[in-house]
Design a protein around this ligand. Structure first.
Ligand code: ZN
Length: 454
């Protein structure tokens, strides 16, 4: 079934097709900046991209998809973090890369075929900057930094439709005082000992030593591993401007070829109805949710519960609903025969996913089948759906210490006493639970039992 996806550049839903004769579908997804844990909003984008990868594999074959997702391991944020901790940049980025991979594995994300790092591609970036300078698209400023000359690329703004006067008020102005025009952006940042510590490389010809700007990193890594023209470039909507707009300008001015046939952006995640922030107490990482007892499959399910191109409101209630859905799917799977089903039973699930990645529609269609019972369904056809959605149901739920029945009974009684506002009885029951070696953790909507640490 052809996969159709909204194209942010052409502003229409179009079919995904490999553009090159080898039939390989070339897919670039902007990866994380490894200076802190990725939050669940970042992971919404990565989970959505994982569904794209899975759908492409089902459509074109696993060996006909090449997926590249980079690691930004040098930029303002990574350098600032290294300075703050007074540790080498490579140590900081290695640490956060490892944790990012652990979170990806927990959420059952397929590893990209290539995961290039910006520091591993300095020569490619310097090469592109030199080409841009030779062709009159970039210039060295007085301090030895290099800027891209936006006025040299008539197509600038095609993706974001940003108008020139709007450029005047964006962050781009904060880049430096040395550039000729306020909208121009940095391709190369001259070394500043007070800011950059030990981080510097020899610069492009005619420029100072320093480090690449963030945008050129993706242009260079995409070109190196996927070639001049790719089939699909994706990221969160926050990357659309200026990052992706700048990538198009750099790449197309460098090669003279079309950069990407298709652009796709997933929307923001809200938590409790508002943007995530540490000060609001609604900032979650995958690890935070796992520590609250959430199962990875449920986190993934909750992140797919809304249309990827609309904002999704994540709450702990939505996570609990996802836990129930996963438990239902797990139980359904164990009752399926090994063969004899009709694969067409799940056609509506794939139809929804192929129609601009309608994940809530797909989950709805899946439950329509599940609610009807197992007739006409077998394990291989169900597992094909689970593969597309990346739901890992074959592994047992994470092992958890089970409280003995008598402790569980005490906890039930205490919860009831608390609900009845009989706090004296509740306290007495808590003492009994503690004496039995268990701790009862209350939440707004329930409780959990944890063994007391000895
Ligand atoms: Zn990027």
């Amino acid at each position: 079934m052809p996969i159709r996806l909204f194209d942010s550049l052409k502003r229409e839903t179009r079919e995904l097709r490999p553009s090159q004769p080898d039939g390989v579908y070339r897919f670039y997804n902007c990866g994380p900046t490894v200076y802190a844990p990725a939050h669940i909003g970042n992971f919404r984008t990565f989970v959505v991209n994982d569904i794209i990868r899975r759908m492409l594999e089902l459509e074109f074959g696993a060996d006909k998809v090449k997926h590249v997702r980079n690691l930004t391991d040098v930029d303002d944020r990574t350098i600032t973090q290294a300075k703050k901790e007074n540790r080498p940049l490579g140590e900081i980025t290695a640490h956060w890369t490892k944790l990012f991979h652990e979170d990806c594995d927990a959420l059952n994300l397929l590893r990209p075929h290539v995961e290039p790092t910006a520091t591993g591609h300095i020569a490619e970036q310097v090469g592109m900057i030199e080409q841009l300078m030779q062709r009159g698209h970039a210039y060295a400023a007085a301090d030895g930094s290099v800027y891209f000359k936006i006025a040299s690329f008539p197509g600038y703004g095609g993706l974001s439709r940003i108008r020139e006067r709007e450029l005047l008020v964006t962050d781009a102005a904060a880049d430096s005082d040395h550039k000729n025009s306020v909208g121009d952006f940095a391709l190369w940042k001259a070394y500043k000992p007070e800011d950059d510590g030990a981080v510097q490389w020899p610069g492009p010809r005619g420029a100072a030593a320093g480090r690449p700007g963030w945008h050129i990193e993706c242009s260079a890594m995409s070109r190196k591993h996927l070639g001049e023209t790719i089939d699909l470039h994706t990221g969160g909507v926050d990357l659309l401007f200026p990052h992706h707009e700048n990538e198009i300008a750099q790449s197309e001015c460098c090669t003279g070829a079309l950069f990407a046939h298709h652009w796709y952006h997933s929307e923001h995640l809200l938590v409790n109805g508002t943007t995530m922030s540490k000060s609001k107490g609604n900032y979650f990482t995958v690890r935070d949710l796992l520590a609250k007892g959430a199962t990875p499959a449920a986190i993934r399910y909750a992140l797919l519960a809304g249309h990827p191109r609309k904002q999704l409101n994540f709450t702990l209630d939505s996570l609990h609903a996802a836990e129930k859905a996963i438990a239902t799917l797990r139980a359904f799977r164990t009752s399926l025969p090994a063969s004899g089903g009709d694969a067409a039973t799940f056609a509506p699930v794939f139809a929804a996913l192929s129609d601009d990645l309608n994940t809530p529609g797909a989950l709805g269609a899946l439950f329509t089948v599940v609610n009807k019972g197992t007739a006409g369904v077998d394990l291989p056809s169900f597992d094909r759906v689970c593969f597309a959605l990346g739901l890992k149901l074959d592994a047992p739920a994470a092992p958890k210490a089970e409280a003995p029945a008598e402790v569980a009974a005490l906890a039930e009684k205490r919860w009831a006493a608390k609900a009845a506002k009989d706090f004296k009885a509740a306290d007495a029951l808590r003492a009994e639970i503690t004496a039995a070696g268990w701790q009862m953790l209350d939440r707004k909507d329930g409780y959990s039992l944890e063994p007391l640490k000895k």
